[in-house]
Design a protein around this ligand. Structure first.
Ligand code: NAP
Length: 519
């Protein structure tokens, strides 16, 4: 069995004891084991902090070249990584590509941002925020806001569902900002992350100490973090909330960003023509979110708001679209949806379906056990694609992390739509299908405060709009409230989490020279 070692203080360390076992969720066959017991986390932190100087000393252009070479290494080993994602994640090949290509694409995108920054900043390693502000009657005394790289480490803790993309969307941003990373994948699906890090270390491209990997628990690492360190967490709201309370975080001012649960919604505007192009795009997006990664995407639509005649027509069209889904071992020809990733996800998904369905109607699927195609009888973590109709209140409160969606009534008004979005208490993304500009204006004003991202899909863009479940490096990812209140990506915006904004006041001539800008 493969032993996942941690890569810390410049060497690979196999945990001493009590390893967790990683399995193939399609068959429950053991694949690997991992433990970080015996890792000295004070040394991990010291190594990262010392190494930080090397990464920080690189200009934006050199950091961009580093990201480009990382993308190249992963791309050169893409087939192997896709295989591992299929084995350890229960991914179909398409799901595996979504994860692995997402990692490569985000590294490449941040390489381009780095090249662009290098062109604009020259030798400068910090960013300017706005222009000079005149602070006195005499224009000689001015203020300028700047961002400098914080000389600490970034601890990245990731969820089980995107072991490649989740890991490297964080690393790409952190590296471009100049901050070394200690990354920890969710243990159950760590195989892909471990192999990616192994390939990158072997490539020799990484500055010493810039990337450390913890396979297993983070031990006492978080309690050792200080005022220049960062924690970027992705996972459940429960874990995120608990980690925010880590002793020392408040007193040391450790910077924390949390990407957590999300009750994303799709809203059908009352002007949408049943069977028209906008309708078809909405149907395709909802069906895709339900089945892609077996519904285990933080951005997947969980709630669909429908009014009037749309309700019955959408239920019929969606159940029809999902009737051909083949659930089974994703390495089998013809299988279009794999299992959920872990035994506890299976348990939670089944219990969640029952909670959503209580007093409502199950139009498709349900929580009853099923065997997957070509999987040993009774083995594997399979769930049926499930559509629930009706609102018992639970859909606004419980994220069922699986192939499940609730169809909910609303009154068709923008105010009704915004109120429905708000009942989720903060989400990563929601999509709005409509052409009526007044309705759109009102819905944006009412719903945006509850959302990190909005897709407004009308007839002019229905054939080109990227699906709401797709996180783009250029757009911010994160959401308020239940979604954790965090923000990642968004092009250069993502770098700011790892940098300190300082307001500098002084002599215009001196500051111009210091910051390398024209007076
Ligand atoms: P989870 O159980 O909260 O675990 C997330 C991560 O936290 C894992 O790496 C886990 O490690 C680690 N962890 C747990 N307890 C810890 C502790 N005491 N100290 C340090 N690390 C700890 O979440 P999950 O089941 O992996 O992921 C599912 C959830 O993630 C869903 O709710 C989903 O919505 C959310 N998610 C959100 C986003 C987003 O961008 N907003 C993206 C993906 C997923 P172990 O595996 O070793 O326990």
């Amino acid at each position: 069995m493969i032993r996942l070692e941690s890569y810390v203080y410049g060497r690979w360390i196999a945990g001493a004891a009590r390893p967790s076992t990683l399995v193939n969720p399609a068959t429950e066959a053991p694949l690997a084991e991992a433990s970080s017991e015996g890792v000295d986390f004070a040394e991990v932190l010291a190594h990262g902090r010392n190494a930080g100087a090397a990464l920080r000393s690189l200009g934006f252009g050199e950091r961009a070249a580093l990201l480009k070479s990382m993308a190249k290494t992963l791309h050169a080993n893409r087939e192997e990584l896709l295989d591992l994602a299929q084995q350890n994640g229960g991914n179909t090949r398409g799901d595996a590509k979504f994860d692995v290509d997402g990692a490569i694409g985000t590294l490449s995108a941040y390489a381009v941002y780095g090249e662009d920054l290098a062109k604009r900043t020259g030798d400068r390693r910090f960013l300017l925020d706005g222009d000079f502000i005149q602070l006195a009657r005499n224009p000689r005394f001015v203020g300028q806001h700047i961002y400098t790289t914080r000389p600490g480490v970034a601890v990245h803790i990731n969820a089980f569902n995107f072991p490649a993309w989740g890991t490297f969307e964080k690393i790409a941003v952190s590296f471009l900002a100049g901050v070394p990373v200690i990354t920890k994948p969710a243990t159950a699906t760590a195989l892909v992350t471990w192999r990616c890090v192994q390939l990158l270390i072997e490539s020799g491209a990484l500055p010493a100490g810039s990337l450390q990997l913890i396979c297993g628990s983070t031990g006492n690492l978080l309690s050792l973090l200080g005022p220049q360190d960062h924690l970027a967490f992705t996972g459940s709201n429960a874990t995120g909330s608990m980690l925010r309370g880590t002793p020392g975080f408040a007193t040391n001012g450790v910077r924390v960003t949390v990407e957590a649960d999300s009750l994303n919604a799709a809203v059908c505007g009352p002007d949408v023509e049943i069977g028209g192009e906008v309708w078809s795009t909405m149907l395709r997006n909802v069906a895709q979110d339900l089945t892609q990664k077996t519904g285990q995407k933080c951005t997947a639509v969980r709630r669909v708001f429908l009014s009037g005649d749309h309700a019955e027509a959408f239920e019929e069209a969606l159940t029809d679209a999902l009737s051909g889904v083949v659930v089974g071992d994703p390495t089998t020809d013809g299988v279009t949806m794999g299992p959920v990733s872990t035994a506890s996800q299976l348990r939670d998904a089944r219990a969640g379906i029952d909670a959503l369905a209580a007093g409502n109607r199950v139009a498709l699927g349900g929580s009853a056990p099923i065997d997957g195609k070509n999987a040993p009888a009774g083995k594997g973590y399979y769930v049926r694609p499930t559509v629930i109709v009706g609102d018992n209140g639970k859909a606004h409160d419980l994220e069922v992390f699986g192939p499940v969606v609730s169809l909910l009534p609303y009154d068709g008004t923008a105010a009704g739509a915004a109120a429905g979005i708000g009942r989720g208490l903060g989400s990563l993304v929601s999509s709005f299908y409509a052409d009526d500009r007044v309705w759109i204006g009102d819905v944006v004003a009412g719903a945006a405060p509850w959302l990190g991202r909005m897709l407004i899909c009308g007839s002019k863009v229905a054939d080109m709009a990227t699906p709401p479940g797709l996180v783009l490096p250029s757009m911010v990812h994160g959401g308020p409230g239940r979604a954790g209140g965090g923000e990642e990506l968004g092009g250069e915006r993502g770098l700011l989490f790892y940098m300190q904004r300082t307001a500098v006041a002084g002599d215009r001539v001196v500051l111009s020279k210091t910051f390398g800008i024209g007076e």
